[in-house]
Design a protein around this ligand. Structure first.
Ligand SMILES: Nc1ncnc2c1ncn2[C@@H]1O[C@H](COP(=O)(O)OP(=O)(O)O)[C@@H](O)[C@H]1O
Ligand SMILES: [Mg+2]
Length: 151
C-alpha cells in the first residue's frame, strides 16, 4: 500500500477535453488499486469519478478549453477521499431534481450523482475557491485484518 500512506495527497490538474474523461478514470483505477481496493470497488470508484468529471467538464467548465478541473486524492486513515473542482458556477445539491421521484423516472438525465451516492460511502457537493462546483466523495478502505466483521 505504498500509495496509501495516511495523509498523502495526490493533486492532478486536468484540461477541459474529451480525453480527460478516460484519463481521469484510468488514473483513478490505478490509485484505487494501489490503495488496496478490490476489483468491484475499483470499478465503483472509477465510475463515480467518471460521472463527476463528465459533469465538471460539461456543466462546470462548459467544455471551454482554457478551464481546468482539479482531481485530488486524499488518503485519510480509514478512507480514500476524492475531490473534483471545476471552474464553473457551482450548484446546490438540494436544487437538483430527485431522479427517483415519479415525475422524473422517465428522464435519462440525473443519474450521475445517484450513481456516485450508491457506489461511494460519502458524497458532498460544495464550492471550490473560484466558485465552481467541488464534488467530494469517499470510500472506506477495505477491512482486511479485522475478523468477524462484514464488508
Ligand atoms: N459540476 C457541476 N456544475 C454545475 N452543475 C452541476 C455539476 N454537476 C452536476 N450539476 C447539476 O446536477 C444535475 C445532476 O447531475 P447528474 O446526476 O450527473 O445528472 P445529468 O448529468 O444526467 O444531468 C445536473 O443536471 C446539473 O444541473
Ligand atoms: Mg452527469
Amino acid at each position: 500500500m505504498a500509495f496509501a500512506e495516511t495523509g498523502k495527497l495526490v493533486e492532478i490538474k486536468l484540461e477541459t477535453a474529451w480525453q480527460t474523461i478516460d484519463l481521469a478514470q484510468a488514473i483513478t483505477e490505478r490509485v484505487a488499486e494501489s490503495s488496496g481496493f478490490e476489483e468491484d470497488d475499483i470499478h465503483k470508484i472509477a465510475m463515480s469519478v467518471r460521472e463527476g468529471i463528465i459533469n465538471a467538464l460539461h456543466y462546470g467548465n462548459r467544455m471551454q478549453r482554457e478551464k481546468t478541473v482539479f482531481l485530488d486524492f486524499v488518503f485519510e486513515p480509514e478512507r480514500l477521499v476524492i475531490r473534483m473542482t471545476d471552474e464553473g458556477n457551482g450548484f446546490e445539491a438540494s436544487h437538483v431534481d430527485d431522479p427517483l421521484s415519479e415525475e422524473n423516472l422517465l428522464k435519462t438525465s440525473g443519474r450521475g450523482l445517484l450513481i456516485v451516492q450508491a457506489f461511494m460511502d460519502d458524497m458532498h457537493v460544495g464550492r471550490g475557491p473560484n466558485g465552481g462546483a467541488e464534488l467530494t466523495m469517499a470510500k472506506l478502505f477495505p477491512k482486511r485484518f479485522e475478523k468477524g466483521e462484514e464488508g
